[in-house]
Design a protein around this ligand. Sequence first.
Ligand code: NDP
Length: 295
Amino acid sequence: MSAIKIDGKAYAAGLRERVANAVSQLPGQPTLAVVLVGEDPASKVYVKNKIKFTTETGMRSVEHKLKADISEDELVNIVRSLNEDQSVDGILVQLPLPKHLNENRVIEEIAPGKDVDGLTETSAGRLSLGKTGLRPCTPVGSVMLAKDALGDLTGKNCVILGRSILVGKPAAMLFLEQNCTVTIAHSRTKNLEDVCRSADILVAAVGRPQMVKADWIKPGACVIDVGINRIPHPDKPGKTYLVGDVDYHPALETAGSMTPVPGGVGPMTIACLLRNTVLAACMRRGWETPDILSF
Ligand code: NDP
């Protein structure tokens, strides 16, 4: 048996279309402000794509490109001015920031209503309390793909491998919200393989290339691979390629459905950011949230 491939690229394209549709029906145009500090090549590519898709879905994008040696106070002042700017609905500070800047302090300055990455303490707290708010993009994308593969997730055993603030913890809260029975596993978990084998839905977010083996997966389980790892190519010296946290090809023989890397969770992150920008605009401006954005 070979697992059904969960096509995150196609799902993300569909979600962007829904966002564009929603935007076209709003009484005004949502605006996303993107703050990029320094010249990190990967961050530049992410920001370029975020801006491209923002404008493609009919929203306005404002970019703030800042020098790598900007002081923390200067950066905080820029975030504060974006909080004050009534034309801005969402603020995204591209991470990681250069080492001399305290990421937590900068993120915490973002007004919770404009926190489209869902990373402020208020957003995390509201998620834990089950209150409405902006949710982190990659975990939301993971839930959407699991629901696309399985339908209603009620009562499913969901194991989240990883407990980071960015992915593991919010993913656990979001799967709990879907009425799953959630286990969070991490580097100190005992009998990790057995824990993983208990999962109807296994979400791998460890950042360890191909760590999850085929025999860690319950036959027929849904596997959501969040990992993005660049490793040396076995056949092409000097070249690298992307793999997930799951040993993909052997795992296809055990899983019932699985996301590939690339083309799985990755494309969902930007699509969910666009969705969050619309949600933020609706909440802040008192517009009705378009139904087509629910999942
Ligand atoms: P972190 O490094 O912040 O967290 C990794 C987690 O995995 C930690 O909780 C850690 O446990 C756990 N872990 C590490 N090694 C082991 C092990 N041997 N056994 C069990 N648990 C282990 O990573 P992130 O959560 O930020 O990212 C995870 C992966 O997801 C990365 O590959 C990253 O690139 C990718 N990612 C992908 C995104 C996308 O858009 N698709 C977005 C964000 C991330 P402990 O807490 O005990 O140390």
